[in-house]
Design a protein around this ligand. Sequence first.
Ligand SMILES: [Zn+2]
Length: 125
Amino acid sequence: MKNLSKPLAEPVDKLLAYKQRTGLQSALAKRMSVGIYGKLGEERKDAFGPYFNPCWFSEISTQVRLEVAEYLYQHGIGPRDSEHLIHISVDGFLLDMPISLVTESKDIECNCELCKAERKQRERA
Ligand SMILES: [Zn+2]
């Protein structure tokens, strides 16, 4: 992984820095960073988009899918456990309950940011 070429690293890092800000800058940075990926897979009616690059497009989507899979496995959610899993997309998933409740039902102690935030929110309610 050390020697991977990352031609989009610099522009994406700059956009992600803006994403940390609030309001319009953050919203625009988020849309633009997703847009870069989308342009790499753009198919038009009669041609491909000017930035079409199926190699980069598939490399990015595969890496993101693998990260989603790893996250689900860390939370005890796998292909044979469809009890709470409703949908998996390229960059996310949908459960029928908060993920922190899924891990608690499986006696998995998770301290990822999402689980921590959900627990904090439940404590406040
Ligand atoms: Zn977690």
